[in-house]
Design a protein. Structure first.
Ligand code: SF4
Ligand code: SF4
Lengths: 359, 123
């Protein structure tokens, strides 16, 4: 068309930690249409999962994502526990909640830092990532690794935590909250951040529902839906209400994540207060047979696992649907009509995770 | 005006505090006692049952009963610790320090000399 041009945004772009391409059809400075191109990170993990036995797959599924890896193993284990009729001990459910929320804390801190970096706000970026180190250290101290923490096994948790370690987690949560208190007002009130986020990338409540958005993208447009409401792990026993914003713009998505970061600290504290005594890993007998679907709330939204087994140790099929895949249609909608200079921040505002989307 | 005071407060606090980062490599972070750094074979204890090979999710152990060898591809190992958990004779140990980088990718082969263990069994 005359007067139109196409700008490839990505796959290598400073705001994307991972390769995702958006082909932007431009009319002067305005985006008419954004066409996403996926597939740069495909690793064939679903196929590989069919060759290993169900217990080995826990470690494989953890590697689907390099940020929220714990949630992937959690979702996978829940599907198998459902198939095999395993009752997870209460203490293990609480430990899973603690690790899941630590995972959310580190993921949201990572994103807050990346957002600050996208504005060129380097000191804020460093401050966020400095706080994140508190969580990373906790992960390593409690499980032996920073990101791929391998805390889950089918049936429960692989490690139990000593009372002194649980106390230390609580103490570090105080440090983390103090650190977050220092950066939160900047995200909330800084005029430069507001200029770049308020009123950009707007998506309405009707549109997020129609396009199937999940996670903070959905909740920032006023829909109170969070998979933790299902009450998996220990969430059913904790005081939890989804963080909802109503603006539908990049600023609301930022506020939703900031709110969830505080909420995650609160959930860890609640879990630490209520964690019961007991075993964490019962003996697992039998082989999986049948079909199961499991859903958990990952930092980016709803994660879904479908597992089919035929009574062999190997599974017939493992299907992973990640939140970023669901959030790409809303992203395409958000980008329509925006200015080229706003594309980086809007694209970042869905907090895409490409490696898990393409598995 | 209040912004200026806030800036001065942050500035003076930062001047007194010292850097937030460590002066690596002169200053290293203490290793956590539960860190999963690398696994090591305690070959004297091995009975070559092959359980570790069967359960390893990364297929990086090869046990050969006839030749009494235990092989590990350390670059394929994801240090999950499953082999350490399942070994019936504690013939694999978890260490907190990471493996040092090497310039070629060769598997680590441990060979058990027949003798001491058999002697113990007979005695
Ligand atoms: S290391 Fe342990 S599990 Fe592996 S073959 Fe030897 S005794 Fe068996
Ligand atoms: S630590 Fe895990 S990956 Fe490494 S050899 Fe043992 S079982 Fe295999």
């Amino acid at each position: 068309m005359p007067g139109q041009s196409v700008i490839p945004f990505g796959p290598q772009h400073p705001v994307f930690p991972e390769p995702l391409q958006l082909r932007l059809v431009m009319k002067e400075e305005r985006v008419l249409e954004a066409v996403p191109a996926l597939g740069y990170m495909h690793r064939g993990l679903e196929k590989l999962a069919e060759t290993k036995d169900y217990a080995q797959n826990v470690f494989l599924m953890e590697r689907v994502c390099g940020i929220c890896s714990f949630m992937h193993s959690l979702c996978y284990c829940q599907a198998l526990e459902d198939l095999m009729g395993i009752e997870v001990p209460p203490r293990a459910r609480y430990l899973r909640t603690i690790w899941a929320e630590l995972g959310r804390l580190q993921s949201h801190h990572l994103w807050l830092g990346l957002l600050a970096d996208a504005f060129g706000f380097e000191s804020l970026f460093m401050e966020c990532w400095k706080n994140r180190e508190i969580v990373m250290d906790l992960c390593e101290a409690t499980t032996g690794n920073r990101v791929i923490i391998s805390g889950n096994a089918v049936g429960g948790c692989r490690r139990d935590l000593e009372p002194s370690v649980l106390k230390e987690i609580g103490r570090r949560m105080d440090d983390l909250e103090r650190g977050l208190d220092r950066v939160a007002p900047v995200f909330q009130d800084d005029p430069l951040i507001k200029q770049r986020t308020v009123g950009t990338g707007i998506i309405t409540r009707e549109e997020v529902i129609r396009l199937g958005a999940v996670g903070p993208v959905l909740r920032a447009s006023g829909v109170a839906q969070d998979m933790r409401q299902l009450g998996y792990a220990a969430y059913g026993e904790l005081d939890f209400r989804p963080v909802v914003e109503t603006g539908g713009d990049s600023y609301s998505r930022l506020m939703a994540r900031l709110g969830e970061t505080y909420q995650a600290i609160d959930l860890v504290r609640q879990a630490l207060r209520r964690i019961p005594e007991g075993e964490v890993l019962p003996k697992v007998k039998g082989r999986p047979e049948g079909e199961a679907v499991s859903r958990v709330e990952q930092p980016r939204g709803e994660l879904l696992y479908y597992v089919r087994a035929t009574g062999k140790p190997q599974l017939d099929r493992v299907r992973v649907r990640t939140p970023t895949l669901s959030n790409i249609p809303p992203l395409v909608r958000m980008l329509e009509g925006c200015r080229l200079s706003d594309v980086p921040v809007i694209a970042l505002s869905i907090d895409s995770c490409v490696s898990c989307t393409e598995r | 005006m209040s912004e200026v005071f806030e800036m001065l407060r942050v500035l003076s606090a930062n001047l007194g505090r010292g850097p937030a980062t460590r002066r690596y490599p002169a200053e290293k972070r203490a290793i956590f006692p539960s860190s999963r750094g690398r696994i090591e074979s305690v070959i004297e204890n091995c009975i070559f049952c092959g359980v570790c090979q069967k359960r390893c999710p990364a297929d990086c152990i090869v046990v050969n009963k006839a030749e009494r060898t235990w092989n590990l591809d350390p670059y394929q190992c994801i240090v999950c610790g499953v082999c350490v958990e399942v070994c019936p004779t504690k013939a694999i140990a978890m260490r907190t320090e990471y493996r040092k980088p090497r310039s070629e990718r060769t598997p680590l082969t441990h060979h058990q000399e027949p003798g001491p263990r058999e002697g113990r069994v007979e005695g």
